[in-house]
Design a protein around this ligand. Structure first.
Ligand SMILES: *Cc1c(COP(=O)(O)O)cnc(C)c1O
Length: 450
């Protein structure tokens, strides 16, 4: 199995190569050359544990990693989750289920991919005998999940930039209180975009990239999308048989990575009814799916900060399929969009519908879910609870633990959501490495540490 770039100007890569470089050299995103069919495998997968299912699924895409090694990797990655099911499917009513994706170390769904990615990095360091410096910018969840995937791993140093004072206090603690010597949490002045710009500048310096063996941790790595496919199949296999073929997955969405994974499962032959893209007030994708036009706006901070984005970085993967795999067209379209042109695609019947929840409604939705089901939803998950399908079963993907957002959740449900791992963090000392937001400063710091 090889991976091609959406923009078609890079040679095909193996899974391990695509994971290592993250973004294709032509600026495109990696996708499998062909999607394997999983339809005939589903019955046999029903009796597997979560980690076993992940190993069987990932072997289809990366046979260069032997199947028994995949089993070892996924067993280790998902052993750190605090539920034996890893991703428990909770029934709220005959029509409504919640797939809890926050039982990993940082209590958000990004752990599913980043626990595994940390182990893949470790494997690569061992194979190549070369140390790795991992660099990324975060507005919160990706950075802490990446840190928890890499902390304590031999041969890896991880550096995460974030906008000083603009990530949630508990998120900062998850990054800065690990006590791990290979973790560098770096607050910089400005916004997430400033942090992101510095990271991009560092990767633009090719001599520096090879000098410190720099690897990017961001939302577009193909390993992340594939690792996320697994919980859709897992949930589907746990539904009553009669509900499976028509189920709607409801996905709180920002960068389109999570829901893209589900849609790929459907393309591979997992029959389901479709997907609802649930956005907050940063609704570029809702506007796209209702009008066909994709146009960036201003980011408006919300109660669901991990969905506060206006350019959905995984959207290019969907565009590739919408343009029938025409890589020249994808490339031209992306260039035109970068120049500020608005993208409009003709309406087609698709598996997607979308909804939007404004910021005044999110607390009300948390309250309503509590009243209706005695279930505590975090503000991201709450965005899913609107316009629920009447004629089929819905599986809501719950992307974060309510304990990460104690104020708004307590205000709406009357009790403070508590998670022991966050309680421990509250008493630990913060270790941060504040720096000016320049590539010069960051590169000098990395050189001094690797
Ligand atoms: C990252 C994140 C999202 C958005 O996921 P995408 O893959 O970017 O669509 C939603 N909720 C939470 C809690 C997140 O951390």
């Amino acid at each position: 199995m090889l991976f091609i770039s959406t923009r078609g100007q890079t040679r095909p890569h193996t899974f391990s190569e695509a994971v290592e470089i993250g973004l294709a050299t032509d600026g495109g995103l990696f996708l499998p050359e062909n999607l394997p069919s999983i339809a005939d495998k589903l019955p046999a997968w029903e009796k597997l544990s979560y980690a076993q299912l992940a190993a069987e699924f990932l072997t289809l895409f990366a046979p260069e990693i032997p199947n028994d090694e995949w089993h070892t990797l996924t067993a280790e990655a998902y052993a750190r989750f605090d539920s034996p099911d890893v991703a428990p499917l909770v029934k709220l009513s005959d029509k409504t289920y919640v797939l809890e994706l926050w039982h990993g170390p940082t209590l958000a769904f990004k752990d599913f991919a980043l626990q595994l990615l940390g182990l893949l990095y470790k494997r690569q360091v061992k194979l190549k005998g070369k140390k790795l410096a991992v660099l990324g910018a975060t507005s919160g969840d990706t950075g802490s999940a990446a840190i928890h995937g890499c902390m304590g791993q031999d041969g890896i140093e991880i550096f995460i930039l974030y906008p000083n004072g603009r990530v949630a206090p508990l998120q900062e603690r998850q990054m800065a209180c690990t006590g791990s010597a290979n973790v560098y949490a770096i607050p910089v002045p400005g916004t997430f975009d400033d942090a992101q710009r510095v990271v991009k500048e560092c990767f633009g310096d090719h001599a520096f990239v090879s000098e410190v063996n720099l690897s990017a941790v961001n939302s577009i790595n193909i390993a992340r999308v594939l690792a996320q496919c697994v919980y859709y199949i897992w949930a589907w296999l746990r539904l009553p048989e009669g509900a499976r073929a028509n189920v709607e997955f409801v996905v709180p969405t920002g960068n389109f990575g999570n829901v893209m994974a589900g849609w790929l499962c459907q393309q591979m032959g997992m029959p389901c009814g479709g997907f609802r893209v649930a956005t907050n007030q940063n609704d570029i994708l809702h506007r796209f799916f209702t009008t066909g036009s994709y146009q960036e706006g201003e980011v408006k901070p919300s109660h669901a900060p991990s969905m506060d984005i206006q350019a959905a970085s995984n959207f290019e993967r969907y565009l590739y399929y919408r343009l029938n795999g025409d890589q020249n067209k994808v490339r031209e379209t992306m260039v035109r969009m970068k120049a500020g042109e608005q993208l409009t695609l003709p309406h087609v019947a698709s598996s997607f519908r979308s909804t939007r929840m404004d910021d005044e409604t999110i607390p009300k939705a948390i309250s309503q879910v509590w009243i209706d089901y005695q279930y505590v939803a975090d503000p991201h998950t709450a965005c899913a609870f609107t316009d629920m399908a009447q004629d089929r079963v819905s599986v809501v993907l719950s992307t974060a633990s309510p304990a990460k957002f104690p104020e708004v959740v307590q205000a709406e449900t009357g009790s403070e959501p508590i998670h022991p791992s966050l309680e421990i963090l509250k008493s630990k000392a913060l270790q941060t490495y504040p720096m000016e937001a320049t590539a010069v400063a960051v590169k000098a710091f990395l050189r001094s540490k690797v």
